[in-house]
Design a protein around this ligand. Sequence first.
Ligand SMILES: *Cc1c(COP(=O)(O)O)cnc(C)c1O
Length: 216
Amino acid sequence: MRNNIEKIKQELSSNIKLIVATKTRSIEEIKQAIEAGIGIIGENYVQEAERKFEALKGKVKFHCIGHLQTNKIKKAVEIFDMIQTVDSVKIAKEIDKRCGDIRKIMLILVEINSGKEPNKEGVMPEDAINLIKYISKLENVKIKGLMTMAPYFDNPEKDRPYFRLTKKLFNEIKSLNIPNVDMEILSMGMSDSYKIAIEEGTNMVRIGTKIFGPRQ
Ligand SMILES: *Cc1c(COP(=O)(O)O)cnc(C)c1O
């Protein structure tokens, strides 16, 4: 595993962050990744993250990369350093409220449904700016950028247009200079697609399988 992490790191220029997607992986596996120099893990499910947080808090940063249900947000804001999957006013407002209760400012990314897939999470690209303007007015959340999961294809080259669209949107939002919005992070690219995402300007890749092997 250490070799896999080192190999991927060599492929990433210094401005690109590697976060390790650790759903289904054991605490022991995550500890090994931390020893290999990983500073951020991405978790998809609050219950699973909670268990891991108990064992690993302070040792690694936790990012939420799975869709959040409203009733899980109270717990989620205690665990996560960043929530990458904000795609609605409803979720943003609940995060804001729960963070207010514990006096925390949550860093968030707005998730873009770059393939405009009907059953997929993420805000439609054309609705992103309005959503971001709304969220930017909330006191306890801070927008740090965008995240996308491109549609699944056997050939990752087919993801290129979706990465390109998301990067273009990122630049457009950045140029608007909306108060309280820092367009710094563009989270896109997974095991099969990160090389394409790098060519299209990502600065955060989320990798699981290529580090730990296939999930059971
Ligand atoms: C699982 C997951 C990843 C990593 O996927 P791999 O193909 O295992 O690299 C990245 N992002 C999200 C949102 C995920 O759920």
